[in-house]
Design a protein around this ligand. Sequence first.
Ligand SMILES: CC(C)(COP(=O)(O)OP(=O)(O)OC[C@H]1O[C@@H](n2cnc3c(N)ncnc32)[C@H](O)[C@@H]1OP(=O)(O)O)[C@@H](O)C(=O)NCCC(=O)NCCS
Length: 153
Amino acid sequence: MIEKLDYTMQNVFQLVNLEKQVFGKDAWTIGNIQGEFRNKFSHFFAKVEDGQIVAYGCLRIMFEEAQICNIAVLESHRRQGLGTQIVQSLLQCAREEHCLFAELEVNTANTPAVELYKKCGFQVEGIRKNFYRKSRYPTNDAYTMICRLEEEQ
Ligand SMILES: CC(C)(COP(=O)(O)OP(=O)(O)OC[C@H]1O[C@@H](n2cnc3c(N)ncnc32)[C@H](O)[C@@H]1OP(=O)(O)O)[C@@H](O)C(=O)NCCC(=O)NCCS
């Protein structure tokens, strides 16, 4: 089950750890994570296993648009559907907040993430050249991807 995370220091420290393991030197800092929790338009969802966060995603609501800020799954837990479940939870939250579409940027060379987002209903809308200042991928270009949301009746 995917759960919504509250702003607690235990959750912050666990996310800092997970970020370091997944993104290395590009990880969100404790300040980034605390700032995001303090933003009343941001929502965190996670898979917690034996008290440990093993996957998480973050969503920011901006009027009719929901922005997926980040998603990460521990390497040991990949290809088990967790990424899909996290994205689905983020999209459900966006629907409940009456957003019309969800948007994200992803490195054009990040095939696992691009394929995950396509599977969850996102389409490539465009390419932003040199979107990233630095990147662990061979390119700094990003796809802009969009998923149109239909409100449930
Ligand atoms: C991208 C990421 C979140 C995927 O998480 P995951 O839990 O492995 O994803 P799922 O198991 O739900 O996979 C869903 C689909 O994504 C695609 N996918 C996932 N990993 C893939 C890989 N290594 N290569 C190709 N496609 C892949 C597949 O289509 C997969 O469906 P399938 O298993 O039926 O073939 C994970 O690889 C990750 O944390 N990567 C590092 C962080 C990152 O890049 N985040 C995105 C920043 S924008």
